[in-house]
Design a protein around this ligand. Structure first.
Ligand SMILES: C[S@@+](CC[C@H](N)C(=O)[O-])C[C@H]1O[C@@H](n2cnc3c(N)ncnc32)[C@H](O)[C@@H]1O
Ligand code: SF4
Length: 369
């Protein structure tokens, strides 16, 4: 028997330290739990094996800082994971040594997502990052040397104190490294966090400039030949005809089934979504006893996945095929968006115009039934 999930997410939560703005499930510092954690991941995968398709298309190791995991444990994990056309590992620049880059390449990793965020030292400090700009450049160098020909850089804009000139300089520094892919996220500062408390005034002052920053990112990257294929994601056109979009993330945006393992990991399969406990001790305990970890399960009411497909599909540059999704769309809303030049209804397909893509969620909210 074969399951429906062709996409596997593996969460590796350990980080050297916690960056102030981060809201992911992470555990700071060396705790000596890497071996136990990888054992638990492999046990969870074993228990969930029936949910995975015989042919897994993508595997994504995200964090946390997957490359902060003790190398023997990380390699043991990679060896046990299903082979896939795309295997991505998220890496923090300061962790990428020549040895690590080579070891990941030999272990079959095809793609690296490197968290640069910014190249300005004072903004790296605001974000409480460990890496310095030279660490980012060195990491890229080691990855190229090891043979990686598909590297993505993550950038953040809207960092407290970041001017438009700082952003332009960051884009220039990122482009100089010639990444195949770039993700550019607007900084999300969760209310009530220490970070938001510390930087609230600067964040409020900058808020109005974010639309302009977003437009600058898109103009600069598309001007340099990158394809703006998803709201926050860009890829190079490859001279060998490779499609350099992030295949794993594309599966999420297309509303495909995926299995997530590890603490806090989310899975969506058929009409069910569940999230594993974010608590490490409980996760380890359950799996050591051969049981699945505690999790919160959300039955997905009919129509929920169709609406999500519309919401996420409209973030992409390719028109969304509407077969089976009509009930998720409000015809009056589409007509209004078309009149305002924000969407194009092709009958069988629906797409946002460039202006519509800049406004993003506000337009989608109009369109969804
Ligand atoms: C799961 S995170 C972890 C990646 C890696 N540990 C790192 O820090 O580079 C993946 C990406 O999400 C983005 N990100 C994390 N927190 C964010 C926030 N509060 N606002 C916007 N982007 C964020 C960053 O660009 C980051 O590289
Ligand atoms: S290294 Fe990445 S995952 Fe870890 S705390 Fe910093 S932003 Fe979050």
């Amino acid at each position: 028997m074969t399951g429906s999930a062709r996409h596997l997410y593996v969460h590796l939560p350990f980080c050297a330290q916690r960056c102030g703005y981060c809201d992911f499930v992470t555990i700071a510092g060396r705790r000596g739990q890497d071996t136990a954690y990888v054992d638990a991941l492999l046990q969870e995968l074993e228990l969930q094996r029936a949910l995975l398709h015989d042919q897994v298309e993508t595997v994504f190791l995200g964090g946390g800082t997957p490359t902060f995991t003790m190398l023997p444990d990380l390699l043991r994990l990679l060896e046990a994971l299903p082979a896939a056309a795309e295997t991505t590992v998220e890496a923090n620049p300061e962790t990428v040594t020549r040895e690590l880059a080579r070891a990941l390449r030999s272990a079959g990793v095809t793609r690296i997502s490197l968290g640069a965020q910014t190249f300005r030292p004072r903004l790296l400090k605001v974000l409480e990052r460990v890496a310095q700009p030279e660490d980012i450049r060195r990491a890229m160098h080691h990855l190229r040397d090891a043979g990686f020909d598909n590297v993505s850089l993550d950038l953040i804009y809207g960092i407290p104190g970041q001017s438009a000139a700082d952003l332009e300089a960051d884009l220039g520094d990122a482009l100089a490294l010639e990444p195949e892919h770039l993700s550019c996220y607007e900084l999300e500062a969760k209310p009530g966090t220490r970070f938001t408390h510390a930087w609230g005034a600067e964040l409020a002052e900058q808020a109005d400039a974010m639309e302009d920053y977003f437009e600058r990112v898109v103009a600069r990257l598309t001007g340099c030949g990158y394809r703006w294929y998803e709201t926050a994601n860009f890829c190079r056109a490859d001279e060998n005809g490779r499609d350099l979009r992030a295949r794993h993330n594309l599966a999420y945006w297309l509303g495909r089934d995926y299995l997530g393992v590890g603490i806090g990991a989310v899975s969506t399969i058929d009409d069910r979504r569940w999230r594993n406990t974010p608590r490490l001790a409980r996760y380890l305990q359950s799996l050591a006893a051969g049981r699945l970890p505690e999790r919160e399960t959300e039955p997905l009411a009919p129509g929920v996945r169709a609406r999500e497909k519309v919401m996420l599909g409209l973030r992409l540059d390719e028109p969304l095929a509407l077969g089976g999704l009509r009930s998720a769309i409000d015809a009056d809303g589409v007509a209004r968006a078309e009149r305002l030049g924000l969407a194009v209804d092709g009958g069988e397909t629906l797409a946002l115009t460039k202006r519509g893509r800049f406004l993003g969620g506000a337009v989608t909210a109009e369109i969804i039934a």
